[in-house]
Design a protein around this ligand. Structure first.
Ligand SMILES: Nc1ncnc2c1ncn2[C@@H]1O[C@H](COP(=O)(O)OP(=O)(O)OP(=O)(O)O)[C@@H](O)[C@H]1O
Length: 323
């Protein structure tokens, strides 16, 4: 008989395993009477990954979010949050959630709402950290004000603070910018990027496709309750391309253009499928071309946008090849 690993060895083996995904779900199904809200949906969100959940009205996004959080019982399928069943309080305590329809106790102050939510998760968050959290969502000077007097956008900002206050490892945001003005939307974008930098996983359901395109690592697209497509932006949109209109292109300049990626030329118009998506690639290329005596008339992105891709998928009803 061979002996099993000692407790110490087993602990070391476990510690060496990659952490379980922030969200893992498989075969989710939910019907309301004869209406199918969710059918055979499976996807995952890695630790520290920002994933956008997209789809038209009624596609099943909120239903999926509620199933993931254990708020709606699926007819079929399995969910693990941070490696634990969705109903496990140890998992729920590490998850922040902003619901689509938010309403907070109007008689409480913003800080009291945060205190209440911190108590519900069982975390110990000192007052200073709660204030920082309110500052993060732009409510620093409203901590003591009653929520009943807040505008809708301010309530949504408070909702974001509630989702973030107990140091979650996963944040699920259902339409986080629906009530926000353009400045508020930009704030949320920065907030998502700062969560990403702190390796907090985010699942965000939004109709603001251009915002999703700017912050998400990956998107999951639902249509009529089913998974219509999913993947990284590069997988869904193809390689980043740039189109340049140039004059005075010498052989050396053309070699410089070709060094940036796959080059195609039509008269004065050059299109490059960029080999590298570094933000410095295009400005460096333009500076080099100018130094080589080339006159640069126009530089424009040529890749399709996520919005165009999404519309293509929804209109053809398939997540197949790029149009
Ligand atoms: N409690 C419910 N009772 C009956 N039908 C429901 C219920 N909740 C959702 N549905 C139905 O399930 C389908 C998916 O709804 P869901 O709210 O998940 O869509 P969504 O993608 O979040 O839409 P939106 O972008 O409009 O918020 C819709 O047909 C909806 O009518």
């Amino acid at each position: 008989m061979t002996a099993g690993p000692s407790g110490e060895t087993a602990a070391r083996l476990l510690a060496e395993l990659p952490p379980s995904p922030a969200v893992w779900c498989s075969g989710l199904r939910k019907r309301y009477r004869r209406r199918t809200a969710v059918e055979d949906v499976s996807f995952s969100v890695g630790r520290g990954e920002v994933v956008g959940l997209l789809g038209p009205n009624g596609a099943g996004k909120t239903s999926v979010v509620k199933i993931l959080l254990g708020l709606v019982r699926p007819d079929a399928g399995e969910v693990l949050l941070l490696g634990r069943p969705a109903q496990d309080p140890r998992a729920r305590a590490r998850v922040g959630y902003l619901p689509e329809l938010f309403r907070y106790q109007p008689w409480l102050s913003a800080d009291e709402v945060l205190r209440l939510h911190v108590r519900l998760t069982g975390a110990a968050v000192p007052e200073g950290e709660r204030r920082e959290c309110l500052a993060l969502v732009g409510l620093a000077d409203r901590a003591g004000d009653r929520v009943g007097g807040f505008s809708k956008g301010m309530q949504q900002r408070l909702g974001l603070a509630v989702a973030l206050v107990a140091r979650p490892e996963l944040v699920v945001l259902d339409e986080p910018t629906s009530a926000l003005d353009p400045l508020g939307r930009a704030d949320v974008r920065d907030l998502l990027l700062s969560l990403k930098a702190r390796e907090v996983a985010v699942l965000v359901n939004s109709h603001l496709i251009s915002e999703v395109e700017r912050v998400c690592d990956r998107v999951v697209i639902l249509d009529k309750g089913r998974l219509a497509a999913s993947g990284t932006l590069q997988e869904l949109l193809g390689q980043q391309e740039v189109r340049l209109r140039l004059d005075g292109v010498t052989a050396r300049a053309e070699a410089r253009l070709a060094a940036a990626g796959g080059l195609t030329r039509e008269g004065n118009s050059f299109t490059i499928a960029l080999a590298d998506e570094d933000t410095a690639t295009v400005p460096d290329l333009v500076a080099d071309l100018v130094a080589l005596g080339v006159r640069v008339h126009a530089v424009e992105p040529a890749r399709i946008t996520l919005e165009e891709r999404l519309l293509g998928i929804l209109r053809t009803g398939s997540g197949g090849e790029r149009p």
